[in-house]
Design a protein around this ligand. Structure first.
Ligand SMILES: [Zn+2]
Length: 259
């Protein structure tokens, strides 16, 4: 049987793990060596590979240890130019590259999602998306290296996946994101309902993730820039009409930075 589990690190990071009953395992964004090694040793895992979405240290900090201790193969993005040293990639991935992991009976396909960083990628399998710092539940990553327009296009690309796709984000930011979502769309009842649901999960010590893409389309303002309610709030803030959904995105992304 295949299972997907989170390893918690640095307070709000999730390092997602896919493993089978034999302990064959792959990791997504192993940012913290100590947390990853503890789980490998405690559960007697065989770390086959790690998949890296982008160059930030909280996603790459455990790479050296995995390579040195377990000879884990590191797959990651082709276009994080200038950050080759910290990623130590064995296999460089371009958009739509497909990696078969026979031990886990899954294949992962690369989706280029620039914006948070210039070379950020996401990994898609049949029913799952490992979205790194591009898509969060209720929100999206900060635009550090790309343009808001690029980030908007990246999120639109993810929106074309099936609605039942399970989104595995790299951070537990959901409740804070939903507070902002409610600020943008005060009359969206789905947001209020989802806040209650997420609060009960967190009270039980469980992650609010994964969440389906279909659910995100109901509550995540950054996937709802075409909705009148979101556009209205953005235009009120900007003080002028906004001509495109990408412009709405840029305004609410900036609002979130100061929320
Ligand atoms: Zn990041």
């Amino acid at each position: 049987m295949i299972s997907v589990l989170p390893i918690k690190a640095f307070g709000d990071n999730y390092i997602w793990v896919i493993k089978n009953d034999n302990g064959d395992t792959i990791f997504f964004d192993p940012g913290c060596a100590d947390s990853v090694i503890k789980v490998i040793e405690d559960q007697n895992l065989n770390p086959l590979a790690a998949f890296i979405t982008h160059h930030h240290n909280d996603h790459t900090g455990g790479i050296s240890a995995l390579k040195e201790k377990y000879k884990t193969i590191i797959f990651g993005p082709a276009h994080e130019t200038g950050h080759e040293t910290e990623m130590e990639l064995d296999v460089i991935l371009e958009e739509n590259d497909c990696i078969e992991i026979t031990q886990l009976d899954i294949s992962l396909t690369t989706i280029d999602t620039p914006g948070h960083t210039k070379g950020h990628i996401c990994f898609h399998s049949e029913d799952s998306l490992f979205s790194g710092d591009t898509l969060f539940s209720g929100g999206c990553g900060r635009v550090f290296e790309g343009t808001p327009e690029q980030m908007y296009e990246s999120l639109q690309k993810l929106c074309h996946l099936p609605d039942d796709t399970l989104i595995y984000c790299a951070h537990e930011y959901t409740l804070a994101n939903l507070a902002f979502a409610q600020h943008i769309e005060p009359d969206n009842c789905d947001i209020a309902t989802f806040i209650t649901h997420c609060e009960s999960l967190l009270n039980l010590g469980k992650p609010t993730l994964p969440v389906t893409l279909g659910q995100e389309k109901k509550i995540n303002p950054f996937l709802r820039c075409d909705q009148k309610s979101v556009k209205k709030t953005a235009e009120n803030h900007a003080g002028s009409p906004l001509n495109s959904d990408a412009d709405v995105f840029a305004v609410i992304r900036e609002m979130k930075n100061n929320f």
